[in-house]
Design a protein around this ligand. Sequence first.
Ligand code: GLC
Length: 743
Amino acid sequence: MLLPRTRLLAWALLSVAAVRAEETVPYLDRSLASEVRIKDLLSRLTLEEKIGLIHANSKFAAGGVARLGIPLTWTDDGPDGVREEVGQDSWVPAGRTDDFATAMPVGIAMAATWNPAMTEAEGRVIGEEARARNKDVMLGPGLNIMRTPLNGRNYDYFGEDPWLTSRMTVAYVKGMQSEQVVACIKHFAANNQETERNAVDVEMSERTLREIYLPAFEAGVREGGAMAVMGAYNRFRGDFCCENDYLLNTILKKEWKFPGAVISDWNATHTTRGAVLHGLDLEMGTRGPYADYYLAKAYEEGIKNGTYSMASLDDKVRRNLRMLFAAAAIDGRGPGSINTPAHRAAALRANEEGIVLLKNEGRLLPLDPNQVHSVAVIGDNAVRTFAAGVNSAGVKTFHETTVLEGITARLHGQADITFSQGYRGPEQKKGKRDATGVQSAEVLAASALEQQNLADRAVKAAGAAEVVLFIGGLGHGAYGDDEGTDRKDLSLPGHQAELISRLVAANRRTVVVLVSGSPVEMDGWLEQVPAVVEAWYGGSTAGEGVAAVIFGDVNPSGKLPCTFPRRLKDSPAHASGLARQFPGENGVVHYDEGLLVGYRWFDTKKIQPLFPFGFGLSYTNFAYSHLAVTMGNNGVGSAVAKFDLTNTGSRAGAEVVQLYVREPQAPVDRPEKELKAFAKVFLKPGETQRVELQLGQRAFAYYSPALKAWVADARTYDVLIGSSSRDIRLQGKATFAQPSVSR
Ligand code: GLC
């Protein structure tokens, strides 16, 4: 019988031996390359454990092998911040008090900054907060191109242009993954409408796919290194995106050499065979018991009876393990942080940089906070908050500053502020959630009498004040800026247009601030209103950003990431009025407009937009001069454009310089011009900077389905430098003696 002391010594020796033995286990050996560790770990997993790793076992988690120290894989929404916790197997909020988070401005607001440093910071902020909440994979950013201004999720994405979207994506992914949290770029691919999103079949040409709808995903994977891609709900050329051999195996995994995992959208998986053979690696959100998932028991049986190979399963497991290693799930990572002042500061900076000054007649703005004595703040959106409760992009914030709060705080009691609701935004009577978690809602409109009363009181308040700040726009919920439904038209709900006309008639000094996430029409009031600001949904600091721009603490530098059409019919997906183009006919939607999305359509068809892509005013002015374009600086088919930019005004500001390429008399159909480079340049009054914009071969190329490659003809191209797509300031030429081909 061992004496106590001896027993203790024996235990200690055994423990050390065990640890030492464990340290020699390759998958736990940090000195080894992750592929070596993954290979070792894979060899230790049983069939059942492998199957458990590739499908959900709760609403947002999957996998976990306690025997080997593999934790659960925790995913979570969303693109603008870490979603509040929901029930283990339900969408209903769990009502916790440890899941408040920082809400960054929504995707389209981030894109409106035209500053990848903002989405890089966003990736870091959400990554730190995700680490603090023990999340391994964040389900964002959303990259789907704005094909129609009606898409309910336009607010959640980066606008209509592939190059702008790809630059914001790469920065976001790099920022987030540098925090050891995996970014899951979504929704792959062609999920450009919410109407019938679970079934609609998308048809488009190969060039349209390659040149418009794939570039941001390709950049996210090949430049950003995204370790997860979410398969979309819709079909593409007949097959569901989560079981689409061409999209997932041919393009994503073979051509782009994507090493990570394809995760299904929630309840977007449809067959075992399709999921197994056509590229799905992690099944989430399917209805019914987890054991009945398509990649669960049925797949395990298929392996046992030889229908499916163990190699197919090992590849899926390997991809899931790569995600876990990218999130340091086995080795452990830092604690992360939540709702810090630094996070709030990053949100405010992006918010301020994304606000777009659309009109400023007579320089009504900025208002001098020391000269204003009475302000009428009018509009339901002045007192609403928007970050929470919007399905998969919602964030529960400790505090979201409303616009009224922001204005009140900025004026420090120096002025009388009157608030009048003016109109009632789309009320929602929430209903049940569908299988994808989208909550149905009945839109309740105010009665005519109530509308009249609200408007009359607002007009009276406007007439009695020195200046009117009308805070209107859209909102979330059914048929608004939200997932699950598309908007029905471009109008401002609650008869805002009529109200704005009455307000500006009562007081010429009226500023309209739009709090919204997609284009709206402005018929009937834009001509009379001297100043218009697009503020988007600004996240936790929303009201602070608006006040900073209105009162001149910040010089607005945002530019539109999407075209604002004069009317819906001017838009490419709606011009024909044919259902086949939107929202689809017999379950199929045809992208007949092809490459001509957004400004590509408006410029090629010479249609005047209400406000063009890339447009945004400043409180100062900029001059462009001395353009020089040189070729071949960075390989065949490359070029660099250099030019001077001067701040000719009296206050510091930032200009987004944009470079568009045009191939005159091209041998194939090409848009009138295409954005291929941009930069945000901050200048002091009077300062001049020589700006340099690099152009790779792809900047001049179009995709050749015949060659399965990117081709730039040996010709002369126009290089257009502008302050917006419709405000070209300098024009140069790029001439290539040889054609170039790249893959
Ligand atoms: C939703 C969305 C997706 C989200 C997922 C989980 O339906 O389409 O963006 O990440 O389901 O909430």
